[in-house]
Design a protein around this ligand. Structure first.
Ligand SMILES: [Fe+2]
Ligand SMILES: [Fe+2]
Length: 472
């Protein structure tokens, strides 16, 4: 395995200098990426020193190094996890065959689509978050935002590497197109719905990192099982970085919840808005919104596409290799929820076409663990309130429930009841205006906006008043 080469213009551990054609393609793409970063990356702060981590190895222990970097000088590069000796395809019709090092011709189009769809989410989130720096609640949070942004930029590099290295001219065209679509743009939107939503303030940023980046984790984890080995190795290293994004989300929401609880106790009231906090019922509405948007990213409950990806050995289940069944799923069944008239029912569907729902199950269980930790914070303040995930049929735009109205507790309801109640379940314009009104920048060292508690500890063990972003 080559160590990460930082002497080259494009840091990498894939012996890029040995492959002239690929090197030229990526060197041609690099200035276009920087132009995109300049136009669509974080607004402002580009000439500031930011305390960022940079990958210096793909070894799980000690892979990153911390130091001040100006964002446009971040060393975006190509890092693949170590190859596994004699890796095999672990599922589907090709089970037991050696993992592919080159794209199998018959799956070329499908694989390209999978990579482009994943790749498209990476720059999309940077675009969605580009204005947040202006209203940061602290330097600590500002730095975390930028860390997430530069790493999403690197994830784009990861996918562009696969396209350029393995898909010839088509791949290079897709690499260009990844820089041309724009989140929320009518004419050239990003591919997936959740990545065209706005991230207008820090509450939605933290919720996005918790719910939507977690979808990313589950998609990457199932692509990490792929029989196409370069994709597997790329995704495995991306998952190492991804963990931080979900930490930012969970701890960010947790700190807002904590602050709300402190204000409730201090002022003996539920009306924490009067004291500049974000009340728990409002937090619940944002959970309902971001969870439902993210659930759609897993696709239809019953999906022949998902079955085909699996049978072809392109995309596995979460932790496929650790499972002990036959890894072919030709005769098994799986419980899937659907509609029977006005009732939500569970049916046994063939396991192969149920893979989206199975991945959604893994995702929901993971989300619930985070929500339970938020509830621990509430409980530790002696407050009687429980945050919950909405029912998975709530406010869905894709799949079996796209055409019905469902309450957060999972009842199919009439349009009239929806009209009467949806303001209790989802953020209203007033909620948005209130949360927006709190978004005043706090950039003094060690200071924190009043609506969020300080973090439990600093980045890389730094002190509370550490200068995470040098503004002077
Ligand atoms: Fe990412
Ligand atoms: Fe991420």
């Amino acid at each position: 395995m080559a160590p990460i080469d930082y002497i080259e213009r494009i840091p990498n551990n894939v012996d890029l200098s040995e492959n002239r054609r690929l090197l030229r393609a990526l060197e041609d793409w690099q200035p276009k990426f920087l132009e995109w970063w300049h136009d669509m990356g974080p607004e402002g702060f580009q000439s500031r020193d930011v305390y960022l981590r940079t990958a210096v190895s793909v070894d799980a222990k000690g892979w990153a190094q911390f130091g001040y970097v100006k964002m446009p000088e971040y060393r975006w590069g190509i890092f693949l996890a170590e190859p596994e000796g004699d890796r095999r395809i672990n599922f589907g019709d090709h089970q037991g065959q050696p993992a592919w090092q080159e794209v199998p011709g018959e799956y070329r189009g499908t694989l390209r689509r999978l990579i482009v769809t994943q790749g498209d989410t990476e720059p999309a989130s940077v675009e969605q978050q580009r204005h947040l720096g202006r209203t940061c609640p602290s330097l600590y949070d500002l730095r975390n935002l930028f860390q997430v942004n530069v790493e999403e930029g690197r994830h784009l590099w990861a996918m562009v590497y696969l396209l350029d290295a393995h898909f010839g001219r088509d791949g290079r065209e897709e690499s260009e197109a990844l820089l041309q679509r724009r989140s929320g743009d009518h004419d050239k939107p990003r591919i997936l719905g959740a990545f065209n939503e706005k991230t207008p303030h820090w509450l939605s940023f933290f919720m996005f990192c918790f719910f939507t980046d977690r979808d990313g984790k589950y998609q990457l984890a199932s692509l990490a099982e792929s029989g196409f080995d370069p994709l597997s190795r790329t995704c495995r290293f991306m998952l190492t970085e991804e963990a931080h994004h979900m930490f930012v989300g969970e701890s960010g929401v947790g700190r807002i919840v904590q602050r709300a609880c402190e204000l409730m106790r201090e002022h003996r009231t539920d009306d924490v808005r009067k004291h500049g906090g974000i009340d728990l019922p409002t937090m619940q509405k944002y959970i309902n919104f971001h969870c439902s948007v993210s659930l759609d990213l897993f696709g239809s409950e019953v999906s022949t596409n998902a079955a085909n990806f699996y049978t072809a050995g392109l995309k596995g289940r979460f932790e496929e290799t650790k499972k002990t069944d036959d890894h072919r799923l030709k005769d098994g069944t799986y419980p899937v929820i659907g509609l029977d008239g006005e009732t939500i029912v569970t049916r046994r569907e063939p396991a192969l076409v149920s893979l989206n729902e199975r991945l959604r199950d893994d995702y929901v269980a993971d989300c619930q663990r985070g929500v339970s930790r938020w509830n621990e914070i509430i409980k530790s303040h002696g407050i009687d309130f429980t945050l919950t995930l909405p029912h998975r049929a709530f406010r869905r735009a894709i799949g079996a429930f796209a055409d019905v109205r469902v309450s957060p507790d999972g009842r199919v309801i009439s349009q009239a009841e929806w009209d009467a109640r949806h303001r209790d379940w989802l953020p209203t314009e007033e909620d948005e205006a209130y949360v927006g009104s709190l978004m005043k920048p706090v950039t003094e060292r060690g200071k924190m906006a009043a609506w969020i508690a300080p973090p439990a500890r600093g980045v890389n063990g730094q002190a509370e008043d550490f200068e995470y972003v040098r503004l002077t």
